[in-house]
Design a binder for this molecule. Structure first.
Ligand code: FES
Length: 117
């Protein structure tokens, strides 16, 4: 277990996203008041940074480059062009902070390779 406080909860409004640099670049998404998700920040299509994407009403995230859509619970892409899932990590709210455990990946997605740019 390696839970790490990565941000104050009040740094991230409901419906917003932010990048945090842990052992991998992580996109935090505050879906609801009491629900924050942590995914790898690198799109599995062409390595765009996902924290610059757009949240949808169905709790998916759309990549800003070519509009791949990822399920924030499973990490699975929904439709092309991305075909590989994005890693999803354990994330919780406690003591007014957002915590991530990079040792607890919740799916079996491969780590995307680093952006070329
Ligand atoms: S880089 Fe994300 S859809 Fe192409």
């Amino acid at each position: 277990m390696a839970w790490e406080a990565v941000a104050d909860l009040d740094q991230l409004e409901e419906g917003d996203m932010m990048l945090v640099e842990l052992s991998q670049p992580i996109c935090l998404i505050r879906l609801y008041e009491d629900d924050v998700r942590a995914i790898h920040n690198t799109c599995t299509h062409q390595q765009q940074q996902l924290h610059e994407g757009t949240l949808q009403d169905d709790d998916t995230l759309v990549c800003p480059a070519h509009a791949s859509r990822f399920d924030l619970a499973t990490g699975d892409p929904i439709g092309i062009p991305a075909v590989k899932p994005i890693p999803v990590y354990a994330c919780k709210i406690e003591d007014g902070a957002i915590w991530v455990d990079m040792e607890q990946q919740l799916n079996d997605a491969e780590i995307p390779h680093k952006p070329y740019h």
